[in-house]
Design a binder for this molecule. Structure first.
Ligand code: ACO
Length: 703
């Protein structure tokens, strides 16, 4: 990504508006007016084919007629003229096009979009949009959009896929007192995408936090890489969380991998904080843009009211930063600034008698104390206090502490005076909110950011060319048979190539062969139908377990074949799989889906009812590192079962993590081939005893 090109596009020294208009109410008029009203200091060149002057500016018939350089062009002509206009911009040497125009891929005219992109590529121009509101930058006083005006200035910047949301948030910045430096609408994301802008913002000195509104990513992997490399906090609100594609899934994993879960995992992997809704996006953005991360787990809450203190305490637990009592020395000191009936534990309740001085003293002492990793200051408006003075006392204490590497958030609960005092605090770099739980939630986002940074580790693309070759041989053979799924034996062959310990399994085509193989493997045995037409073997009566002797093999062989024929008369039956019956261990499931946004994505969870009923599973976009494999094990709600409960010994975590890691290489290596897969159950034994994959399923991409 060429950062200079994006600089010219989004922070231009000169801008042409192609399709500028002298008619009020038209978008081409509004953009010129917005540029003027916003106080843009660069050159504005209206381009219009029938008007000589627009809003006091000389208009040109063609961008190529403009005498000076043109860094950026805002396009407001109908889509049908786009190719011609792009070509002209290319000839003029314009660096980037901000394409407000609609009528491209979003309405089925991908051809128009592709044509525009091809022309732009020839001239090395970048495209923002099409189908956008435009781009705004407070630090450049550049309102290159038809949004109502520049937002309240602030240190965060927003990138949104929805233009309507940009417009909605723009003016709300004033009522919510949450400022932004840049607002960028990316619409169809035909060229410049979230990842490009995350990289660009990393070097933008006016942005301290990047806020995203995401409907869907096209290149998920690129997004993860850009976000992970960002040195600034990124917060995302993801909409459209219904489960896409899940209904049609053939594997267990496929049916569990809804868009929301995969996105949540990908965000975690990328170190991106999530917002739960639009208000939360504002609230968390404010904290992340103004405060450093919360590096330890000790949260201290100061209050003049018990009720708000309790609400904040509940919120602290809910959002993952539960309160601990302050150490005795801290309590001793704090007691000096409260009446006898106050409480110095945590929350520290100075009572309704707290005035400016107590707020100043307790804030200064608490914030400066090494025990405190984050401070939330609460205030309920009383008749004896003035909210503005309390705000100033808090600010004075924070400043005098000289501490820059720990966060503070504030909540004032009261009327108009409290609101004004909070606006003042925000203006002076202290995030303030109208409810105690919101101040705590904002603090929790700062803690989350610290944790995500600490766990940020690199993926390991561990390709295994030899294993891939073996796997491809198996897959090619299945495809040659006209199949898009592998049999269990074939799937186990692929797993074995990647070093996954599978139960010993061989194919028998006759009853006598079944007996011979069975005797060789040793009893007890499991016998299963092998047919590409029967994916759910148990449903077809195609599985017999715990077979202890030759008679059992003969009996199972006949019954399974008869059941299979009854289940599906025309099923293509390869024979039966004779396999060792692995001793029962803790049942887990490992699987993959090829997600439309992120590509191969792994799933891990406890098997049996845990996966069936509780859906206690976790996801990661492949490839992952061994550390991430361990995180997956720790992340499921039933992790304690693997760690050993009620006197049971812990399960073999090391081998399990290695197996998940190997699975990641498998699905990453075979991304073009595998649509979905399951290793289910994966039986995990006591520490040192490893695990066994007892069943395997691989569904291929259609080619
Ligand atoms: N060179 C120079 N001038 C041109 C050219 C050209 N090649 N082509 C047209 N013009 C002039 C026109 O003569 C007109 O000037 P005039 O007002 O003096 O007559 C002006 O450019 C605009 O062209 P119109 O044909 O009048 O187009 P109109 O303004 O009606 O619509 C627009 C253009 C706004 C780009 C429209 O096609 C469109 O896409 N609207 C949707 C925009 C949008 O909503 N974007 C997504 C935002 S996200 C959200 O939904 C909030």
């Amino acid at each position: 990504m060429d950062k200079n090109v994006l600089n010219k596009m989004l922070r231009p020294k000169s801008v042409a508006v192609i399709g500028a208009s002298a008619t009020p109410g038209k978008i081409g008029y509004t953009v010129i007016k917005n540029l003027q009203d916003g106080g843009y200091k660069g050159k504005i060149y209206p381009i219009n084919n029938n008007t000589p002057e627009i809003l006091g500016l000389k208009a040109y018939v063609n961008v190529t007629d403009v005498p000076g350089e043109v860094d950026s062009a805002i396009i407001t002509v109908p889509a049908k003229y786009m190719s011609e206009v792009t070509e002209e911009c290319g000839k003029k040497g314009v660096k980037g096009l901000i394409v407000i125009t609609s009528g491209f891929s979003e309405v089925g005219r991908k051809d128009l979009e592709d044509e525009m992109l091809a022309i732009a590529a020839r001239y090395r121009m970048r495209i923002l949009g099409p189908n956008i509101v435009g781009s705004l930058s407070n630090s450049d006083k550049f309102n290159g959009s038809f949004a109502p005006g520049l937002p309240l200035p602030g240190k965060a910047s927003l990138v949104t896929q929805s233009g309507a949301l940009l417009i909605a948030m723009d003016m709300a910045t004033y009522t919510k007192h949450v400022g932004f430096d840049k607002l960028i609408s990316i619409g169809n994301m035909s060229d410049v995408d979230f990842a490009d802008l995350i990289e660009w913002f990393d070097e933008d000195e006016d942005t301290t936090c990047v806020s995203l509104y995401i409907e869907g990513l096209k290149k998920g992997r690129k997004f993860i890489d850009a976000a992970r490399n960002s040195s600034k906090p990124i917060i995302a609100l993801k909409s459209g969380v219904s489960s896409h594609g899940a209904a049609a899934a053939a594997s267990h994993t496929g049916s569990l991998a809804g868009a929301a879960k995969v996105y949540t995992s990908a965000f975690k992997q990328a170190g991106v904080i999530q917002a739960s809704d639009l208000n939360n996006l504002f609230d968390r953005t404010l904290a992340l843009s103004q405060q450093p991360s919360m590096k330890g787990e000790n949260l201290l809450i100061l209050t003049n009211g018990g009720g708000v203190g309790v609400l904040a305490t509940d919120a602290a637990e809910k959002y993952g930063i539960p309160l601990k009592f302050a150490p005795p020395d801290v309590q001793e000191e704090l007691k000096k600034h409260m009446p006898d009936f106050g409480s110095a534990k945590n929350p520290v309740d100075m009572t309704g008698m707290a005035g400016n001085d107590w707020y100043y003293q307790t804030t200064l002492y608490s914030f400066a104390h090494k025990w405190t990793d984050g401070l939330v200051v609460l205030y309920c408006e009383t008749a004896m206090t003035n909210p503005q003075e309390i705000a100033e006392s808090i600010k004075k204490a924070i400043d005098e502490s000289g501490i820059k590497n720990k966060p503070v958030t504030v909540s004032f609960v009261g009327g108009a005076k409290s609101d004004a005092a909070m606006a003042w605090l925000v203006e002076h770099g202290i995030p303030a909110y109208g409810a105690p739980d919101i101040a705590v939630n904002a603090m929790a986002s700062l803690r989350e950011y610290a944790l995500l940074q600490a766990h940020k580790n690199n993926d390991v693309v561990k390709s295994d060319p030899k294993a891939r070759k073996t796997a491809l041989e198996i897959i090619t053979k299945a495809r040659a048979d006209g199949r898009d799924s592998l049999t269990e034996i074939e799937a186990k062959g692929v797993f074995t190539a990647y070093g996954l310990p599978v139960t010993h399994t061989e194919l028998a085509k006759t009853e006598d062969e079944a007996v011979a193989i069975g005797k060789k493997i040793g009893f007890p045995l499991v016998i299963k139908i092998v047919s590409p037409d029967i994916l759910h073997k148990s449903d077809a009566g195609g599985v017999k377990v715990n077979i202890k002797d030759e008679a059992g093999i003969r009996d199972a062989y006949k019954t399974i074949l008869a059941n299979a024929k009854a289940y599906k008369a025309d099923a293509n039956i390869h024979g039966v799989a004779i396999q060792e019956m692995a001793p029962w261990g803790t049942e887990t499931i490992l699987g993959s889906v090829n997600d439309p946004s992120f590509g191969p994505t792994l799933m891990f969870g406890l098997g049996g009812i845990f996966v069936e009923v509780l859906k206690d599973v976790t996801f990661r976009v492949a490839p992952i590192s061994l550390v991430q494999a361990e995180e997956m094990i720790d992340e499921i709600k039933s992790a304690a079962i693997l760690a050993g409960v009620r006197g049971e010994k812990p399960r073999d975590r090391k081998v399990l993590a290695q197996t998940i890691f190997a699975y990641s290489s498998l699905v990453h290596d075979l991304e073009d081939e595998i649509k979905e897969s399951d290793a289910n159950p994966v039986l995990v034994y006591e520490e040192g005893a490893g695990l066994k994959v007892a069943d395997a399923r691989i569904i291929l991409n259609k080619k």
